[in-house]
Ligand binder design. Structure first.
Ligand SMILES: Cc1cc2nc3c(=O)[nH]c(=O)nc-3n(C[C@H](O)[C@H](O)[C@H](O)COP(=O)(O)O)c2cc1C
Length: 193
């Protein structure tokens, strides 16, 4: 499953059962976290209007700088995929999980290091259950708007938005460098022989 994980940015409209979502979120909570503080909070957004607002927030973050920044950095195929996701593909998922960090429970320095292992568990569990998902952080650039929409208290900070749903099309294999290219033996830059 680890080697089949892909970012899914186009979803079929079929709903996802609450039980499945809970199973996926339960898997997320088995991740490690600094001091075992488990600082995650998950807001499961199904309401179509709320998903539309998150979609608008994402599209504005993309149009307002994300696209310009990415244009020269992403391969054309990936740019097109991210563009389609940011302009409606992600928001069309039947479920959007907004993953937040609670700063009353977790230390700010370790917040990302505690939240993103849980996000990875969440996505691996989703894949194992036949769901597509994607790690997106673009909408979190609009923190105040997400907080207002979801009623987040000041100490609960949105860190990722993960769409969940049945993929609209096959995702294909991930593209990765050969691992040997990034392995060092005893010292940086030293190969085995
Ligand atoms: C920290 C982080 C932030 C990301 N943010 C976004 C995002 O805002 N929008 C998006 O479409 N994909 C986002 N991605 C997904 C990456 O683009 C994707 O994982 C990468 O291109 C590799 O593609 P693959 O996962 O399909 O193999 C993010 C990934 C990470 C790790």
């Amino acid at each position: 499953m680890v080697r089949a994980q892909r970012a899914c940015r186009a979803f079929a409209p079929d709903d996802v059962d609450d039980d499945i979502v809970l199973e996926v979120l339960r898997a997320a909570t088995f991740a490690p976290s600094a001091e075992n503080r488990q600082p995650w909070e998950f807001v499961v957004v199904r309401d179509p209007d709320a998903r539309q607002v998150i979609g608008d927030v994402t599209a504005r973050a993309w149009a307002g700088g994300g696209r310009a920044y990415s244009e020269s950095r992403l391969a054309p195929e990936l740019l097109a995929d991210v563009d389609a996701g940011a302009t409606g593909g992600i928001a069309a998922a039947p479920v959007l999980v907004v993953v937040c960090g609670d700063h009353q429970r977790g230390n700010a320095n370790a917040m990302a290091s505690s939240i993103f292992p849980a996000v990875q568990n969440l996505m691996l569990a989703a894949g194992a259950l036949g769901l597509g998902s994607a790690l997106t952080t673009m909408p979190t650039a609009m923190r105040a708007e997400l907080a207002a929409l979801l009623g987040l208290p000041e100490h609960v900070v949105p860190m990722a938005v993960i769409p969940l749903g049945r993929p609209a099309k096959p995702l294909g294999p991930p593209r990765r460098d050969p691992v040997e290219q990034h392995v060092h033996h005893d010292r940086y830059g030293k190969t085995r022989q």
